[in-house]
Design a protein around this ligand. Structure first.
Ligand SMILES: C[S@@+](CC[C@H](N)C(=O)[O-])C[C@H]1O[C@@H](n2cnc3c(N)ncnc32)[C@H](O)[C@@H]1O
Length: 206
């Protein structure tokens, strides 16, 4: 069971650090992809205090995030002030603030790696329940990007077989995975739902 205070501490440390607004190159890659998506409603899973949301809020009329850390939620209130982005305090395994098929684009940036194997299927079910057109996940596929101690770096990280799980269980029209981006051991997975436009941004960018 992930303790809330672990994530509260991490979010609080990052918020007070010099790199509070900074994106790494792989995160900038993800940002470019998100900004190209044909979507009016977006939701970030595990948004922290809103580091990414703040950079995309101008582009989408309806911009949401969720995070299970209460500290992240509280910090987001000032960090996201003046933007249209709204953060909800909830766990990805229960996205109760959102109705079925209500979000055009659901994305994450290394959050599902912190969901335990026992909860992962429920988390993916929720992501796909609320998503309407696209799901974009940037996740770890090995230990390189976080060093050899990744799985032990804290007791809250796992390497999951996410593309396989999605292909087996979810209703998708198209699934495209770009592996090992920027030399890191990460992948970006773009999943189009049935409602996604036929000729779409993913065919150009991946
Ligand atoms: C690696 S941080 C990424 C934060 C943010 N995406 C960013 O790039 O700035 C992972 C975030 O996921 C949140 N988190 C971890 N497990 C979660 C869960 N089961 N449900 C919702 N949020 C979760 C943590 O509180 C943390 O803010």
């Amino acid at each position: 069971m992930i303790k809330l205070d672990f994530w509260d501490e991490r979010n609080s440390q990052r918020y007070s650090s010099e790199s509070r607004d900074k994106l790494e190159p792989d995160e900038s890659y993800l940002l470019d992809l998100i900004l190209k998506a044909e979507a009016s409603t977006v939701l970030e899973i595990g948004a922290g205090y809103g580091r990414i949301l703040k950079k995309i809020a101008h582009r989408f009329p309806h911009c949401y995030g969720i995070d299970k850390s209460l500290t992240a939620y509280e910090l987001s209130e000032s960090y996201l002030k003046g933007t249209n982005a709204i953060l909800y305090w909830c766990d990805v395994i229960d996205l109760h603030p959102f109705r079925d098929n209500s979000i055009d684009l659901v994305f994450d940036c290394g959050t599902l790696a912190h969901v335990s194997p026992e909860s992962l299927q429920q988390a993916l079910n929720e992501v796909f329940r609320v998503s309407n057109k696209f799901v974009i996940l940037m996740e770890y596929q090995g230990t390189k990007s976080l060093g050899n101690n990744f799985v032990n770096y804290h007791k809250h990280s796992w390497i999951h077989e996410i593309p396989e799980l999605i292909a087996l269980k979810q209703d998708v029209a198209f699934l495209c995975s770009r592996e090992i981006i920027l030399g890191l051991d990460k992948f970006v997975l773009v999943v189009a739902r049935k409602e996604a436009p036929k000729k779409s941004f993913w065919s150009r960018v991946l």
